[in-house]
Design a protein around this ligand. Structure first.
Ligand code: SF4
Length: 210
C-alpha cells in the first residue's frame, strides 16, 4: 500500500487531539515521533518523559542523549532513522504505561510502522518488547535477538535509561551487551542498505533468532 504526506498529516492531527486514554489529561505535548519517514530502521521506546513532554520530541532527555551518543559511536546518523514510543503522552511520574494506555495508543504506532515501512524494528527495552511480543520475554534474555512480529522483524536491545542506571562498561555488563548488539545491528543495516532482504540476511545469524 502506498502512503502519502497527507496520511502523515492525518495521523498527526488525530494524535494531537487524541483523548483516548487518561494520559491526555496531564500532557504538555503529544510526542508523535521524529526522523526519516522512509527509514530502514525504526526505534520504539517506552513513553515520553518530562523533557520529551515539554519539547514534544522523543528521546531528548538524558536517555535520549545517551542514545545519541550510542548512535554516534557506531556511526548511525539519528536523522537516518525513525524514533517513537509505544505511547505518545507522558505517563505521570514516568511510570510504565499500563495495558489500557498501550492498547489505546497501539493503532497510532501500528499506523506509523505501516507509513515508515522499515526493514527492521528495534525495541528499546522491555515495554516496547512487550508491546510487540506480549508478556513473557525478559529483556535481559531477549536482547540481541531478532523476533518475528507479523510479517516484520524486531530486534531487542536495552533501553538507554536502563544503561544510565547500570553505568559499568565491563564485559558482561548491560552497556557491553548494548555495544555488541548495536555493532550487530549496524552490520545488518549495512547489508540492508546494500539492497539485501532482511529475511535472507538473518539466515546468516541463526544464533540471533529468538
Ligand atoms: S497516549 Fe496515545 S491514546 Fe493516550 S491520549 Fe496520548 S495519543 Fe491518545
Amino acid at each position: 500500500m502506498l502512503f502519502s504526506a497527507q496520511d502523515w498529516d492525518e495521523l498527526e492531527t488525530s494524535l494531537r487531539s487524541c483523548k483516548k486514554c487518561p494520559l491526555a489529561e496531564n500532557r504538555t505535548n503529544v510526542v508523535v515521533g521524529e526522523g526519516n519517514r522512509s527509514a530502514e530502521l525504526m526505534f520504539v521506546g517506552e513513553a515520553p518523559g518530562a523533557d520529551e513532554d515539554i519539547q514534544g520530541r522523543p528521546f531528548v532527555g538524558k536517555a535520549g542523549q545517551l542514545l545519541d551518543k550510542i548512535f554516534e559511536v557506531v556511526g548511525l546518523d539519528r536523522k537516518e532513522v525513525y524514533i517513537t514510543n509505544t505511547v505518545k503522552c507522558r505517563p505521570p511520574g514516568n511510570r510504565v504505561p499500563n495495558n489500557q494506555e498501550m492498547t489505546a495508543c497501539a493503532p497510532f504506532l501500528e499506523m506509523q510502522i505501516e507509513l515508515v515501512n522499515p526493514a527492521a524494528l528495534i525495541a528499546l527495552g522491555s515495554t516496547a518488547l512487550t508491546w510487540f511480543l506480549g508478556k513473557g520475554y525478559a529483556i535481559t534474555k531477549a536482547r540481541g535477538k531478532w523476533y518475528r512480529w507479523r510479517y516484520r522483524f524486531v530486534f531487542a536491545v536495552f533501553h538507554p535509561s536502563y544503561l544510565l542506571r547500570n553505568p559499568s562498561r565491563k564485559k558482561g555488563s548491560p552497556k557491553w551487551y548494548m555495544w555488541q548488539d548495536m555493532l550487530h545491528l549496524m552490520e545488518v543495516y549495512g547489508r540492508i542498505k546494500n539492497g539485501e532482504r532482511i529475511d535472507s540476511i538473518l539466515k546468516d545469524y541463526p544464533e540471533r533468532l529468538g
